[in-house]
Design a protein around this ligand. Sequence first.
Ligand code: SF4
Length: 279
Amino acid sequence: MKRLPEWAKKTLGQPSAIHGVKAVLRKRNLHTVCESARCPNIGECFSKPTATFMILGDVCTRTCGFCSIDKGRTPLTVAPDEPLNIALTAKELGLKHVVVTSVTRDDLPDKGSGQFALTIKAIKDNISNILVEVLTPDFTGVDLERVLLAGPDIFNHNLETVPSLYAVVRPQADYRRSLDVLKRAKRPGVMIKSGIMAGLGETKDEVKEVLKDLLVVGCDAVTIGQYLQPTRKNLEVREYVAPEVFKEYEDYGKGIGLKYVYSGVFVRSSYNAEKLLSA
Ligand code: SF4
């Protein structure tokens, strides 16, 4: 196991803030990817407060090598009250920008797209002037329209890594299919966003190729962050990427014409998401 360099160490933040937000979430039986994916920014985000809600349960039908979310047991039934519970919780936490993500539900006929649409609608119906960002799975073979018609402000779908590493990092996903999801989501009034992790064995040139591919499909914003091994069962870190390399990716991405590029050790898909549309 590689030693964690100083620049990749982060303090956990105020336990009281974390507990406070967790209590509000549990009150309505809600999950967050912040907790399930053991995000290093949880202390900072829950102190704001902000959080990324995870719908469709906490059990995934896929086995991505970097992800600590539960797999391998029966996914949970879709909770009909979940959309409203998320809207009420976002209101209680005073959120101005709500991020909604999910596990992948290949077991469902609509792949979960219906619950995304209902959740966006519930948030928009219950909170005025709210920004909604959805971080979605690839909805294999299912129409995206019902999600987009519900009116998200930001449509986010992560490529996660470079194509050469898909077999190990995202075995059930497909690089071209994920690019196509972003392309099909592109339309006026919706910002398109994606993200990858660094430190899984990719080369700099591969990362730059991905940035070019994202530009071609109309992506507006990209996040690039350091992969950190969440549990011993997950892929090992192959490299702790130096801050200057993250800067190089940011400059390169902006140089080829991507509007927003957030690149840094602790950058995550929805980290500081609320800053994007106010930048
Ligand atoms: S699709 Fe992959 S990254 Fe997403 S929750 Fe499932 S295992 Fe984790």
